[in-house]
Design a protein around this ligand. Structure first.
Ligand code: SAM
Ligand code: SF4
Length: 266
């Protein structure tokens, strides 16, 4: 389906949970977040139904994200359910990699095509500091497991302060090069202030060619990351929520007062 600015909307990003096992400084407050009540979180069946309808409307690219998608209970069951939908050409997940060593094999077996792993620093101390407690070795083990499971075109999402010349970014780039991973630099953004940047090495943040809509874990469809408008599939029904969201996709992003990366999935 095309939006009012002639952009073909073919990419659905699904945030399967607002929970996370890390607390990255640029993403989550230290003392945690106000959690979405359990009953507001979409069931697997609801996520399946939204995805199926979106595919009927022209979506052929799907990404699972979060929060941290691998902390959602029985995530492999959801991955396998969505594999059943015919017409998805590119089926990916963005993860912080902490639980990837445990799940890589099963994700591959359930039919996931690709994985992006977030990694901002290889230095254990700095990684722990950025993520408020994370163990970088778990992420590195996760990457190895993804390789062994047979995932190709593994991408690393590396958040930078200002430039890919920063030491951490350079080290991650060398590591990526050595292992054959692709790297995307994401400059730190602030939704409330409306600071957003195009992703280096990816298409995100480029409004003119934006092909995305986002499904949050509480069932709201967001046509733009940097705008608060959203349409609930539970209130409007799936078909109408999708149509209205695409029909009201803003020409460009501005800012968002209500959303955070962990709730809408980046
Ligand atoms: N937990 C998973 C992860 O970290 O990969 C998936 C969700 S996370 C919100 C998705 C992506 O958004 C990650 O690559 C993360 O680095 C990025 N991100 C989070 N907060 C950001 C911010 N303030 N500016 C830029 N990127 C951000
Ligand atoms: Fe969690 Fe990902 Fe946000 Fe880090 S960026 S706190 S891993 S959701």
């Amino acid at each position: 389906m095309k939006d009012n600015f002639n952009r073909k909307i073919n990419y659905l990003r699904i945030s399967v949970t607002d929970l996370c096992n890390l607390r990255c400084k640029y993403c989550m407050p230290e003392d945690g977040i106000k959690l979405i009540p359990h009953s507001d979180i979409l069931s697997f069946e609801e996520i399946y139904n939204v995805t199926k309808k979106a595919v009927e409307f022209g979506v052929d690219k799907v990404r699972l994200t979060g929060g941290e998608p691998l902390v959602r209970k029985n995530i492999i069951t959801l991955v396998a359910m969505l594999t059943e939908i015919e017409g998805i050409k590119d089926y990916a997940m963005t993860t912080n990699g902490i639980l990837l060593a445990k799940f890589a094999e099963e994700l591959k077996g359930a039919g996931l095509h690709r994985i992006n792993v977030s990694l901002d620093s290889l230095d254990p101390e700095r990684f722990r500091d950025i993520t408020r407690g994370g163990d970088v070795n778990m992420v590195l083990d996760g990457l190895k497991a993804a390789d062994s499971a047979g995932f190709k075109e593994i991408k690393i999402n590396c958040v930078i302060k200002e430039s890919s010349d920063e030491l951490d970014a350079q080290e991650v780039a060398k590591f990526a090069d050595k292992h054959g991973y692709l790297i995307r630099y994401i400059r730190r953004m602030n939704m409330e202030e409306g600071t957003f940047w195009a992703v280096q090495g990816g298409d995100g943040g480029n409004c003119e060619i934006c092909n995305r809509i986002r499904l949050a874990s509480d069932g709201k469809i967001y046509p733009c990351l940097f705008n608060d408008i959203c349409y609930s599939v539970r209130e409007l029904g799936i078909e109408d929520a999708l149509k209205i969201a695409i029909g009201n996709k803003p020409e460009s992003g501005h800012k968002s007062n209500n959303n955070e990366f962990y709730s809408i999935g980046g």
